[in-house]
Ligand binder design. Structure first.
Ligand code: ADP
Ligand code: ADP
Ligand code: ZN
Length: 214
């Protein structure tokens, strides 16, 4: 099963993708997590990506696409994967389709987690991230068991630099300009699934499972 998560920054793509990965035994691949791991480890890729991320802009297509296409060639991707945060532009989607076509393959579902802009800023200012293992929490909607500490790995949680309101505004603009057109792209292929992302985390997941099957 090859799944793409679509939606505004903070819509809950990562939260749902983690649950999908667990239930269907496929890897969760987040380009944002890969970039953040590279930044943390001080790699060249991380230095390059950070310049764009800090401004709420997209990392250039070529860099992102090469990274992703390499990743999905790994053995753990044989039975599928859930992509979270990729593609984010039409050229990225086209490159993914071409790479898959070469392997006689295609995306099965594009799931759009629909949340209006008004809700997004509140979601983002409450988001706390673990930069060690990629887990995410929300101070109100999905709090960690111990204050500011990752349930999974015990690391200190942070408010991401790009989750500050000024940067979130910019990211929403970028989303509407460059990523939202992907909805039409996948609708035209008849694989677009719409879910109401304003519901509880559990209800959103139940709606997704209804489509993907038990
Ligand atoms: P969110 O979880 O809020 O949607 P991500 O963690 O997916 O954010 O992405 C954080 C940042 O990483 C983006 O704002 C962008 O700068 C960069 N990024 C992640 N994925 C991509 C991509 N597919 N193309 C370009 N930039 C990306
Ligand atoms: P994305 O990957 O789309 O940027 P996340 O999955 O990181 O979004 O979710 C953004 C924030 O909102 C996180 O703090 C998360 O815990 C919280 N969140 C996710 N889904 C919901 C939901 N359905 N209701 C309330 N809060 C949510
Ligand atoms: Zn952690």
């Amino acid at each position: 099963m090859k799944i793409i998560m679509l939606g505004a920054p903070g819509a809950g793509k990562g939260t749902q993708a983690k649950q999908i990965a667990e239930k269907y035994h496929i890897p969760h691949i987040s380009t944002g997590d890969i970039f953040r791991a590279n930044i943390k480890n001080g790699t060249q890729l991380g230095k390059e990506a950070k310049k764009y991320m800090d401004q709420g802009m997209l990392v250039p297509d070529e860099l992102t696409t090469n990274l992703l296409v390499d990743r999905i060639k790994n053995a753990d991707c044989e039975n599928g994967y859930v992509l979270d945060g990729f593609p984010r532009t039409i050229p990225q989607a086209e490159c993914l389709d071409q790479a898959l076509a070469k392997m006689d393959d295609a995306v099965d579902y594009a799931i759009n987690v629909d949340v209006p802009d008004e809700n997004i800023i509140r979601r983002m200012s409450g988001r706390r991230a673990c930069l060690s293992c990629g887990a995410t929490y929300h101070i109100q909607y999905h709090p960690p068991k111990a204050d500011n500490t990752c349930d999974v790995c015990g690391s200190q949680l942070v408010l991401r630099d790009d989750d500050k309101p000024e940067t979130v505004k910019k990211r929403l603009e970028v989303y509407h300009g460059q990523t939202q057109p992907l909805m039409d792209y996948y609708a035209a292929k008849n694989i677009l699934i719409q879910v109401d992302g304003t519901q509880d985390i559990e209800k959103v997941f139940a709606d997704i499972v209804q489509v993907l099957g038990e």
